[in-house]
Design a protein around this ligand. Structure first.
Ligand SMILES: [Zn+2]
Length: 507
C-alpha cells in the first residue's frame, strides 16, 4: 500500500512539474521526435521494400534473391542508439504526446525495437540465416539433421536467454508482449477454447468408438476428424477453373475492381517444396502473389485478402502501415484474419450456389459436417501452437515429450503410439510463435462475416458496398488502432469467443 501512495504522489509531482513548464518546450521536443522518426521511417520503408523484392525473387525465381543485404540494413537501423534512446525516453510518457498518431508510432517502435533486440541480435540473426539455408536444402543427410536439431535447440535457448536479459520470464512472454495479444489474454483464450469444446469433442470420440468400433482412440482417428473439417470447408466442385479469375470475380462482386489495383497474381510451376506466397512489397502500392499449379482457390483468396489489407491502407506512415518483416510491427493475428475474411467468401452459401456445381442441399450438408468437426479443428490448433510455445516454456522437456503430453491433453489420444514430428520446421525459425494466428484468424473472419450478413443481408457476397465497408473499418487505418479496437469499430465488439463457439453450434 505504501509504495502505491508514494508512487501516485511522485506521479502528481511529475505532472505538476511538467505542466509548469512552458507548452512550447514540450511541443518542440515532440516536433524533434516527429522529425527524427520521419527520417528513420523513410529508411525503414525503403529497406522493407528491398526485402519484399528479395522475397519476391526468392518465391517467384524471377531474379537473384538477395535476402542478406536488406536484413543487414535492418540490423543497422534497429541498433541505432539515438532511435533506441528516444523511444526508451518517450515510451513511458507517451500519454503526454499531443499528436495521437505520434503516440501510436512510439508504441509501435517500442514493440519493434523490443522484438528486434531478440530477433536481430547478431548471434540469433546469424543462426536464423544459417537455419533458413539448411531448411531450404532438400535430401538432408542424417548428420545434417542432427546438426539441425542442435541448432534449433540453440535458437530456442538464445531467444529465451535474450528475453530474460530484457526482463521477461522467457521468449513467449516477450513475444506476446509485442504481438499485440498479451500473454495473459492468450492463457485465458486457451482456457476458454478448451472448456468450450471439451464436451463436443468427447462426444465425437464416443461416436467414433461406437460407429467405427474403435477401441482406443488414436492419432489417426483424430486426424480423420480434422480431415472432415477441412474437406468440407474448402471449396469443392467449382465451375470456374481459373483461380485468379475467381478471385477477380469475387472481388468485383463486393465492389473492388481488381484491374485497377496495383496487384499481380501469377500462377506458375515453382520449385518443389514451394507452394507460393503473397507479398505486400510496398504498402499501399505494390502487392504480388505467386502460387504453384493446383493450389486451392481458398489459398488464392487468402493471399488476396492480405493484398487488400495492404492496398487499401491509407494511413501513409511507414511504421503504421505494418510491414510484416519485423515482429512487433503489425498485429499478425489481425493480418491473418483479414486474409481469412476474403477466404470466407468461398464458404458463403450464396457464393457456393453460384460458383460451384453443388446444390443447396449438398452445400448445407457440408456446412453441417464442418460444424460437427469444428471442436476437433479448434483443439488441433491449440495442440499445434502449444507444441511450439512449450519448447520455450519448458526447455527441460524434449520435443517428443511435449507432443505426447499435448496429444493426450487436447486430442485425448489414448494409444501409446503417438507419431511425433522433428524440430526442423521453417516456421519455428522464420515466424516464431505465429501459429495461434490461424485459429484467431478463423474467429475474426467468422465475426466479420456475421456482421456483413446483418448489415447487407444474405446476398452480401454480391453487394458492391461490402468492399468499402471492409476498407473503412479494417484496412484504411493500418496499425493506428489496436486490433481489438478495429474489430469493435467494424463489428460492434472485440473478438468474441462465445459468438465463435455459437457460430459452429458447439455444445
Ligand atoms: Zn496468411
Amino acid at each position: 500500500m505504501k509504495s502505491v501512495i508514494s508512487n501516485s504522489l511522485k506521479l502528481t509531482l511529475t505532472v505538476l512539474f511538467i505542466s509548469s513548464l512552458s507548452f512550447t518546450a514540450c511541443s518542440n521536443k515532440e516536433e524533434e521526435l516527429n522529425r527524427f522518426l520521419n527520417k528513420i521511417e523513410t529508411q525503414y520503408e525503403n529497406i522493407a521494400i528491398d526485402l519484399g523484392e528479395a522475397y519476391w525473387n526468392f518465391y517467384s525465381a524471377e531474379g537473384e534473391a538477395d535476402l542478406k543485404t536488406p536484413k543487414d540494413k535492418f540490423y543497422n537501423l534497429l541498433i541505432n542508439d539515438t532511435l533506441n534512446t528516444l523511444i526508451e525516453t518517450w515510451y513511458p510518457k507517451r500519454a503526454e504526446i499531443k499528436d495521437s498518431m505520434l503516440t501510436r508510432r512510439v508504441e509501435k517502435w517500442h514493440d519493434v525495437l523490443l522484438s528486434a533486440k531478440v530477433e536481430y541480435n547478431a548471434e540469433i540473426l546469424e543462426l536464423r540465416n544459417d537455419l533458413e539455408k539448411m531448411l531450404e536444402m532438400s535430401n538432408k543427410e542424417d548428420e545434417t539433421e542432427n546438426d539441425l536439431e542442435a541448432k534449433m535447440l540453440k535458437l530456442i535457448e538464445l531467444r529465451n536467454k535474450k528475453s530474460i536479459e530484457l526482463g521477461y520470464d522467457n521468449y513467449v512472454h516477450l513475444s506476446f508482449e509485442t504481438n499485440g495479444l498479451g500473454y495473459k489474454w492468450f492463457l485465458n483464450f486457451i482456457e476458454e477454447m478448451d472448456n468450450s469444446t471439451i464436451n463436443a469433442y468427447k462426444a465425437l470420440i464416443e461416436e467414433a468408438k461406437t460407429n467405427q468400433s474403435v477401441e482406443q482412440f488414436g492419432q489417426r482417428n483424430a486426424y480423420q476428424f480434422i480431415g472432415q473439417f477441412y474437406g468440407n470447408s474448402s471449396p469443392s466442385e467449382l465451375n470456374i477453373e481459373d483461380n485468379i479469375e475467381l478471385v477477380k470475380i469475387s472481388l468485383n462482386n463486393i465492389g473492388i475492381n481488381y484491374t485497377e489495383l496495383p496487384a499481380i497474381l501469377v500462377e506458375e510451376k515453382l520449385p518443389a517444396g514451394i507452394g507460393g506466397q503473397g507479398l505486400m512489397i510496398d504498402v499501399p502500392n505494390d502487392f504480388r502473389a505467386v502460387m504453384t499449379l493446383g493450389m486451392d482457390a481458398s489459398v488464392w483468396m487468402h493471399e488476396m485478402g492480405h493484398g487488400l489489407h495492404g492496398l487499401f491502407n491509407s494511413i501513409n506512415n511507414p511504421i503504421l502501415e505494418g510491414y510484416e518483416w519485423i515482429p512487433g510491427n503489425a498485429n499478425p493475428s489481425f493480418a491473418e484474419g483479414m486474409a481469412e475474411t476474403i477466404t470466407w467468401f468461398t464458404r458463403n452459401t450464396e457464393w457456393q450456389k453460384k460458383y460451384s456445381n453443388l446444390n443447396e442441399e449438398q452445400i448445407l450438408k457440408r456446412k453441417e459436417t464442418v460444424k460437427k468437426y469444428a471442436p476437433a479443428f479448434i483443439r488441433f490448433h491449440i495442440f499445434n501452437f502449444l507444441k511450439e510455445t512449450e519448447l520455450y516454456l519448458h526447455p527441460e522437456k524434449s520435443y517428443e515429450e511435449i507432443q505426447t503430453e499435448l496429444a493426450k491433453k487436447y486430442l485425448f489420444i489414448e494409444t501409446e503410439e503417438i507419431r511425433t514430428q522433428g524440430l526442423e520446421n521453417i516456421i519455428y525459425v522464420s515466424y516464431p510463435l505465429y501459429l495461434q494466428n490461424y485459429l484467431i484468424a478463423d474467429m475474426v473472419a467468422s465475426q466479420i462475416h456475421k456482421t456483413l450478413e446483418t448489415e447487407f443481408g444474405k446476398d452480401y457476397a454480391f453487394n458492391n458496398e461490402v468492399g468499402a465497408y471492409l476498407t473503412k473499418y479494417f484496412y484504411s487505418t493500418g496499425e493506428y488502432y489496436n486490433w481489438n479496437d478495429r474489430l469493435k469499430h467494424g463489428t460492434g465488439s472485440e473478438l468474441d469467443v462465445k459468438a465463435y463457439i455459437d457460430f459452429y453450434q458447439i455444445k
